[in-house]
Design a protein around this ligand. Structure first.
Ligand code: ADP
Length: 243
């Protein structure tokens, strides 16, 4: 479904990703954990080319991009197959919740306004915002804005949804409602990769856990194995520090 081969990324002299190999099966929920600065967000952004890897190969579905010499068209195709949910929501401030979700359906998916509207209402209802269709982002709480972000990602019907620390900008009391929505869509079999600091959520929702440190994958496996019997010293130290 998704295959990353030897992904490398350098910012100036700083090699942030040192050759990442990762395979994700269809319907899997992958949690990426690791200390701050280990390259988690950069890896996620490389998957949909918000960052351009210096080297490696990205396959999503049946489509492969050679990162050394990508075509413009490749990047467009990759973006169509992936959707990102951002830490800071990244909603259009001057559009309502409904218009934010409709945008991608009209512009990218070429639906008529009427069909886009119907589908967007369904999706906003799914994330518990059926009563907030006409609210602007400034009229919504952080948790509600992030749920609009999730509805917007779902609208694109991507092969995979990439979540970049989706709850880290939220006040603690709003984290639960967003995790509940992610949990719900995980159950529907949508492939997801989530960078998160929410350990109990990762343990509970992920089917596969990846632990990164210093630009490499140190260890990966089933949540139970990684959390209860990590093999690598760096994983043990990290889990000890944060739990
Ligand atoms: P994490 O998500 O694990 O906290 P990041 O992927 O955000 O780690 O960052 C990894 C490293 O890459 C950090 O040292 C960070 O400073 C650096 N970095 C990330 N984005 C940029 C950028 N746009 N320009 C320069 N350095 C960057």
């Amino acid at each position: 479904m998704i295959k990353l081969t030897q992904i490398k990324k350098t910012f100036g002299k700083n090699q942030v990703l040192k050759g990442i190999d990762l395979t994700v099966q269809k319907g899997e929920v992958v949690a990426i954990l690791g200390p701050s600065g280990s390259g988690k967000t950069t890896l996620l952004r490389c998957i949909n080319y918000l960052e351009r890897p210096n080297d490696g190969e990205i396959t999503v579905d049946d489509f492969t991009v050679n990162c050394k010499k990508p075509h413009k068209k490749d990047i467009h195709t990759l973006r169509q197959k992936t959707a990102m949910v951002f830490q800071q929501y990244n909603l259009f401030r001057h559009k309502t919740a409904l218009e934010n979700v409709m945008e991608g359906l009209v512009i990218v998916k070429k639906l008529t306004k009427e069909d886009a509207r119907k589908r967007s209402i369904e999706l906003l209802e799914k994330v518990g915002l059926g009563a907030k269709l006409d609210a602007y982002p400034s009229q919504l709480s952080g948790g509600q804005q992030q749920r609009v972000g999730i509805a917007r990602a779902l609208a694109l019907n991507p092969e995979v949804i990439l979540f970049d620390e989706p709850t880290s900008a939220l006040d603690p009391e709003l984290v639960g409602e967003v995790l509940a929505v992610i949990r719900k869509i995980a159950k529907e079999g949508i492939t997801m990769i989530i960078v998160t600091h929410e350990m109990s959520f990762a343990q509970d929702v992920a089917s596969h856990v990846v632990f990164m440190d210093g630009g490499v994958i140190v260890e990966e496996g089933r949540p139970n194995d990684i959390f209860n019997s990590p093999k690598e010293e760096r994983t043990k130290q990290f889990l000890k520090r944060i739990t």
